[in-house]
Design a protein around this ligand. Structure first.
Ligand SMILES: Cc1cc2nc3c(=O)[nH]c(=O)nc-3n(C[C@H](O)[C@H](O)[C@H](O)COP(=O)(O)OP(=O)(O)OC[C@H]3O[C@@H](n4cnc5c(N)ncnc54)[C@H](O)[C@@H]3O)c2cc1C
Length: 443
């Protein structure tokens, strides 16, 4: 079948195999000379694409749950969607969630995902207790930060290249309700935006939308969304505190023409969104779905970009370089009229144990994620942005990458050599490889 990930670029003719248990997965790994693991295909690019793909969606069992500690042990194909559905009504929620609930536990580990609370809670793998992995040679191995730590951290953010994650154990956190108290701050420019993040660095969740077509003194204007889980007693009577389904959405049934999102429509949308937000913030209660997963309300929103698809471009800059770097990058985007429909800024906090992951993406500073439709000229334009990111000592997020060069990758990931050395020992024939790993020289 013709397979692509969330951004519909690139596509590959692939054979998709779906084992329904560890033994079947081991047999498959033994018989296929090359393959890559794939969860929900929510990465933006070619990290889980290859001519042979091992779908983990059949590894979907909950194994154990400890009501005292909140530690959940489950198979790697279980989705965060399912975890939330089952555990939120009991008062538990994952410690770290990305902007969609449609990802698997294996995908969350292999990309070492971050959420709106990175500044306080770090990445998904900071909370991971242990994982079970089928190595490329078929050996079964359980590792943790204490046991076989090198393999453990190489697998966290390792993009499926150290083997097939079969299961994992991690604690869920207790939450008081299914609602978030949200406060939206309207900020007039980049300096004010960064000041807002710094001022609210103790707020559990924060994320910002930037109007990336705004120029001059309005460069970097946008909205900062602050949040914390609401206590039951704070909620108005009409809200059911554990209403898991609150704010779930619609389905876009077909792909729309690729001109739907263009600089004109995006500029109109941005202006409306910015100006309709009151300049004086006042907190309100919102369901956790619209707060954490605002894009999930429209299933298949990726179809808005048309058949050609789009690329997502996410990078992080160290804190001391963030202001000048973001200014340079946003100015370049605005001056070229290269509208990104989504431009999402987050603050990454200080490094934790997950900094041991050689391919881990986060570093203390600011991360910006942008979406660009695959229009003519967009790929060379992104190379210009690459130069700016590297000049400001940044790096790009592998799970959002479909086009980076080997040189750009090597310049951003200074410990890629250590990863590669381990990979060569574990997998000398490159059994676990993807289009991305081949492109980036990762085996
Ligand atoms: C709307 C949207 C919002 C997002 N927001 C965020 C965000 O806020 N923060 C963030 O960090 N990410 C975000 N992402 C990206 C997403 O969280 C990651 O790409 C995640 O890895 C996708 O999980 P998946 O199950 O779909 O994995 P896939 O996309 O199928 O695979 C991703 C990688 O994981 C590997 N992999 C998957 N399963 C296994 C396994 N069992 N064993 C070994 N390797 C495996 C694959 O080989 C591949 O390298 C977002 C994506 C979307 C679509």
């Amino acid at each position: 079948m013709l397979l692509s990930n969330w951004n519909n670029y690139p596509s590959v003719e692939a054979r998709v195999l779906e084992p329904h248990g560890p033994e079947e997965a081991a047999r498959l790994l033994h018989h296929e000379p090359h393959l890559i693991a794939r969860g929900m295909g929510r990465c933006y690019g070619d990290a889980s694409l290859a001519p042979v793909v091992c779908s983990t969606l059949g590894l979907d069992k909950f194994l154990t749950f400890d009501e005292q500690s909140g530690v959940l042990h489950c198979e790697a194909g279980v989705t965060l969607d399912r975890i939330i559905e089952v555990f939120l009504p009991r008062g538990w929620f994952p410690s770290v969630v990305p902007g969609t609930r449609q990802v698997t536990v294996g995908g969350a580990i292999a990309s070492d995902i971050h959420g709106k609370n990175h500044h306080l809670e770090g990445t998904f793998c900071r909370h991971l207790r242990e994982l079970t992995l089928l190595l490329p040679d078929g050996t079964l191995c359980t590792c943790s930060p204490q046991h076989d730590a090198e393999l453990f951290w190489a697998t966290c953010g390792g993009m499926g290249l150290t083997g097939l994650i079969l299961s994992a154990a991690f604690p869920l956190q207790r939450v008081p309700s299914a609602f978030v108290e949200e406060t939206t701050l309207r900020v007039p420019n980049l300096t004010a935006m960064m000041e807002a993040f710094e001022e609210h660095h103790n707020t559990p969740f924060s994320v910002a939308w930037i109007d990336c077509l705004a120029k001059g003194t309005s460069l970097g204007r946008g909205l900062v969304y602050l949040g914390r889980f609401a206590r039951r007693e704070e909620l108005p009577r009409k809200l059911d505190p554990s209403d898991e389904g609150h704010g779930r959405g619609l389905n876009l049934p077909f792909t729309v023409p690729s001109f739907t999102l263009n600089p004109l429509t995006i500029s109109a949308f941005n202006g409306l969104l910015y100006h309709k937000t009151p300049s004086r913030p006042h907190p309100s209660f919102t369901g956790f779905n619209p707060y954490f997963f605002p894009l999930d309300w429209l299933d298949n929103w990726n179809r808005l970009y048309g058949k050609r698809g789009f690329v997502q471009y996410q990078f992080v800059l160290p804190r001391e370089q963030s202001q000048t770097g973001l200014h340079a990058i946003l100015s370049t985007i605005a001056s070229q009229g290269r509208a990104s429909f989504l431009a999402i800024l987050k603050l990454f906090g200080p490094p934790g144990p997950e900094a041991a992951a050689p391919l881990g993406f986060p570093r203390e500073g600011y991360t910006l994620a942008l979406d660009f439709p695959l229009a003519p000229g967009v790929l060379p334009f992104l190379e210009v942005l690459d130069g700016l990111v590297l000049r400001h000592q940044g790096r790009h997020y592998l799970t959002k990458d479909a086009r980076m060069s080997r040189e750009t990758f090597a310049a951003g990931y200074e410990r890629a050599g250590a990863f590669l050395a381990l990979k060569r020992r574990l997998d000398p024939h490159g059994r676990c490889s993807s289009l991305q790993s081949r492109r980036l020289g990762l085996g």
